[in-house]
Design a protein around this ligand. Structure first.
Ligand code: ADP
Length: 400
């Protein structure tokens, strides 16, 4: 039997997973996939470590009505495909570590109760993230489980970055700027340290631009400020989320348009952002391909807000030594990168022309006042590394 680590990222309509072999102190991806469309049109798709398809299976809607049925199918599939491996630990993505958790943590009953107390801070996500942890603890109490948080990377923020301009008691009650995408920032900051050690310790802004989007200002590899705040709604406009908004708009919708808070929530999370602005799509690929003026306006809005946020981060940092793009849009949409950097040319940022490749690349032209990079993110690998470290299998930072 060889040892393997399972990484689970359980959401409300999908469960993503990856399995890694533990080879000495390193990690090697065996397979990864997702069971999606839970409660709708469920499918299980898995690819091997080279990205080749291993399984593509559709289920009857009634066969996977909820997350616990999805967990059951996933467990069955995993047991059939372990191939002589033993899962020695499971690492979970957990959206909220509240004000306490600045590091990943091995889960016991007390930790689980504490994490459940953060459900009101991120109702949909936190509940879905914790469900498989609870179920696994009941079935396999001895199997080590590690919770890795989207918020933990930001917990060292100075108080100035953590506060809203609201009455003080709300801060003490947990109404703070937690920041998210922390596992992505931690991974990308680690890669930057490897490829550009001369700037990794300096003033860096990482732009995680995916269907969720945020920016992080880092000094010496540590988060100083993030554009997402109390929830994953704040900051940049996203695929379907509004991003930062005049709070008076929310009051108007409730008080004068008679919308229920849940309706407003649905609108802000699912009908806004690029989709709301364009009325066409939440997908940058579709908007770039469209010749409709609404599509162009939505992309202009996104790029301007992103560039403004980079400038805001640079103020926090007192300058900028490197700008790094990552996640679905950041990694794959050179046109969006070009527009964001073009809006920062007053700050001396200049892109090379040949920024159309995929994968990691340095993109700034000679004479640019800051480096510009694209660095693909890998949140699951970050979780696997943390899990291995908490098992005592490797030194921090070592691994795949
Ligand atoms: P998440 O993991 O948060 O679901 P991703 O980081 O995978 O999101 O980003 C998904 C988004 O990335 C898509 O909605 C799409 O807008 C954008 N995207 C992916 N590929 C491309 C591409 N080739 N060109 C432009 N945008 C892309």
């Amino acid at each position: 039997m060889s040892d393997a680590i399972l990484v689970v990222n359980a959401g409300s309509s999908s469960i993503k997973f990856k399995l890694y072999d533990v080879v000495g102190g390193a990690l090697a991806l065996v397979f990864g996939g997702a069971i999606g469309g839970i409660g709708g049109m469920p499918t299980l798709r898995v690819t091997d470590g080279n990205g080749d398809s291993l399984t593509e299976r559709r289920f009857e809607a009634a066969a996977v009505p909820d997350a616990s049925a999805a967990q059951h199918h996933l467990a069955e599939w995993l047991l059939e495909h372990l191939g002589g491996r033993e899962i020695v630990a499971v690492g979970h993505r957990v959206v909220h570590g509240g004000p306490d958790f600045a590091e990943p943590v091995r889960v016991d009953d007390a930790v689980l109760r504490r994490l459940e107390s953060f459900i009101p801070l991120a109702p949909l996500h936190q509940l879905s993230n914790l469900d498989p942890i609870r179920v696994l603890r009941q079935r396999r109490p001895d199997l080590p489980q590690v919770a890795c948080f989207d918020t933990a990377f930001h917990r060292g923020h100075p108080e100035l970055s953590d506060r809203f301009a609201l009455p003080r008691h709300l801060y003490d009650e947990g109404v703070r700027r937690y920041g998210f995408h922390g596992l992505s920032y931690e991974y990308v900051a680690g890669r930057l340290r490897e490829v550009a050690p001369e700037v990794a310790g300096a003033r860096v802004v990482i732009a995680h631009l995916g269907s969720g989007a945020s920016l992080c200002a880092l000094r010496e590899g540590r988060s100083q400020e993030a554009t997402m705040g109390f929830t994953a709604l704040d900051g940049l406009p996203m695929g379907t989320r509004s991003g930062g908004l005049d709070p008076g708009v929310v009051l108007h919708l409730i008080e004068h348009k008679g919308m229920a808070p849940a309706e407003v929530g649905h609108m802000l999370y699912h009908e806004s952002g690029l989709l709301g602005l364009s009325g066409l799509s939440n997908d940058v690929r579709a908007l770039l391909a469209s010749d409709r003026p609404e599509a162009a306006m939505a992309l202009d809005f996104f790029c301007r807000r992103a560039a403004q946020a980079v400038a805001g981060c640079a103020v926090t940092l007192g300058g900028l030594d490197a700008l790094v793009f990552t996640a679905g849009i950041g990694e794959n949409a050179p046109e969006i990168r070009r527009r964001i950097v073009a809006a920062l040319d007053w700050a001396g940022l200049i892109l090379r022309n040949d920024s159309d490749g995929t994968g990691m690349a340095r993109l700034d032209a000679p004479g640019s006042r800051a480096q510009v990079w694209v660095i693909p993110t890998d949140e699951e690998l970050m979780i696997a590394k943390h899990t291995m470290r908490l098992l005592g299998r490797t030194a921090p930072g070592a691994g795949a």
